[in-house]
Design a binder for this molecule. Structure first.
Ligand code: G1P
Length: 302
């Protein structure tokens, strides 16, 4: 009899599912977000949620899980077929290509409800039955990640890193020290190119307690075990069930790395971040660039 060596997979399990926590109330954008979800606010001609879904698909992820709450139906409508609209557009000989990004393979969009807003960790836990026993991605749609020219999107960069090291990954970026207390912060270990070992994680630390100025920037690849940790996770910073606290418990049990994204991140949860994202994308788009540049000059008076 030959001894049975443990089977070592060449690649870790593929990332096929993404969770989008979209149950938040969006109070920072009131009254704009009174009747529409904040994820439907458009950066030019695409709602924020579309950018996140595009980024997921670029990374090869097709199964989308939206954790929603009351008043969020417009998000699901956005990814549905609008027969009347399409019929009218066709009658008028208008191209339906603009609707292409909103098409989802039947069965690839699932919604679960977060009935009470108990925090990001709780929102993710609400998706446990759909995620099942496989690694999955998380996108916080407020965080708009735009790749540098010629490089791939944030999640694709993370999936490529994941294929090398497996385990858990989070995207990180440096912020000025005075901003760390608004975010999840990592205690960095060994660094190798864009990959940094994660030694510790703390949610919204006081500036003087922060282990670094590297913050979690809204993209995650996590192993399904995080759901079991979340099951028993008590309240943390802000009296909410924090995903960061659950992830912190997995350090040492499983590989945990941070990926520094080669690109720009815009915090579209803030008004100025939203304006910055709009301008930045307008200045990148060939169909608008020249006009917007001239307009900005005019407005700035030079
Ligand atoms: C959440 C996470 C935090 C992360 C941030 C990124 O915080 O809990 O770790 O740094 O998103 O935007 P929130 O913005 O929901 O307070």
């Amino acid at each position: 009899m030959t001894s049975s060596a443990p089977f070592k997979p060449i690649r870790p399990k593929p990332i096929r599912k993404a969770v989008f926590p979209v149950a938040g109330l969006g109070t920072r954008f009131l009254p704009a977000t009174k009747a529409i979800p904040k994820e439907m606010l458009p950066i030019i001609d695409r709602p924020l949620i579309q950018y996140a879904v595009d980024e997921a698909r670029e990374a090869g992820i097709e199964q989308l899980i939206f954790v929603t709450g009351r008043g969020k139906t417009a998000i699901v409508e956005h990814f549905d077929t609008a027969y009347e609209l399409e019929a009218t557009m066709s009658e008028r000989d208008k191209s339906l290509d603009v609707l292409e990004p909103t098409r989802i393979q039947p069965g690839n969009l699932v919604t679960v409800r977060q009935q009470v807003p108990l925090g990001l960790g709780h929102a993710i836990w609400c998706a446990r039955a759909i995620v099942g026993d496989e690694p999955f991605a998380i996108f916080l749609p407020d965080e708009l990640m735009i790749a540098n020219q010629g490089s791939t999107g944030c999640m694709k960069q993370m999936v490529e890193a994941y294929n090398e090291v497996g385990g858990n990954l989070i995207s990180v970026l440096e912020v000025p020290e005075e901003e760390v207390s608004s975010y999840g912060v990592i205690a960095p270990g060994r660094q190798d190119g864009a990959l940094t070992e994660v030694k510790g994680l703390v949610e919204k630390p006081r500036r003087e307690d922060a282990p670094s100025n590297l913050i979690i920037s809204g993209r995650y690849i996590l192993q399904p075990e995080v759901m079991r940790v979340l099951e028993n996770q008590g309240k943390g910073a802000g009296g909410e069930v924090q995903l960061t606290d659950a992830m912190a418990q997995m350090i040492g049990q499983q590989a945990f790395h941070a990926v520094t994204f080669a690109g720009n991140r815009y915090d579209c949860g803030s008004k100025t971040g939203f304006v910055e994202a709009t301008l930045a994308i307008a200045l990148e788009r060939e169909d608008m660039r020249d006009e917007v540049r001239a307009m900005a000059k005019r407005l700035l008076g030079n």
